[in-house]
Design a protein around this ligand. Sequence first.
Ligand SMILES: [Cu+2]
Length: 136
Amino acid sequence: MTDTAATRKMLHRRAATRLLVGLGAGAAASSLARAQGKSVAVGMTAMAFDPPAVTVAAGDTIQWTNGSFIAHTVTFDPAQAGKPADVALPGGAAPFGSGDLGEGDSFSHTFTVKGTYKYVCKYHEEMGMVGTVTVT
Ligand SMILES: [Cu+2]
């Protein structure tokens, strides 16, 4: 084997090692994405959450987006509901909410505590704008 051929072979092996390291980093990135959970979209129409009931896994994020021109809220706080029983949180989950969402506005929340959640739009709760999130 000439020196040139030996050098070429070594360089080839080094490139293959680099490729494998690159693949390893990709696998690590995708397991990180899994650990961070997926994102689930819920819309807000003129008078409803769409869909009104969603099931997600712990660690997943729900992003609500107001696709109507009417201001809405995403309210998981019984103290802000017209009827406190319209809002429910599993034990260990703290109340939270979006505040006012105008046309095109979004609000996201990552669910870490498993259980059943009930929430309302505080402006349209009485008109049936209520939703359920089940975290498994
Ligand atoms: Cu509303």
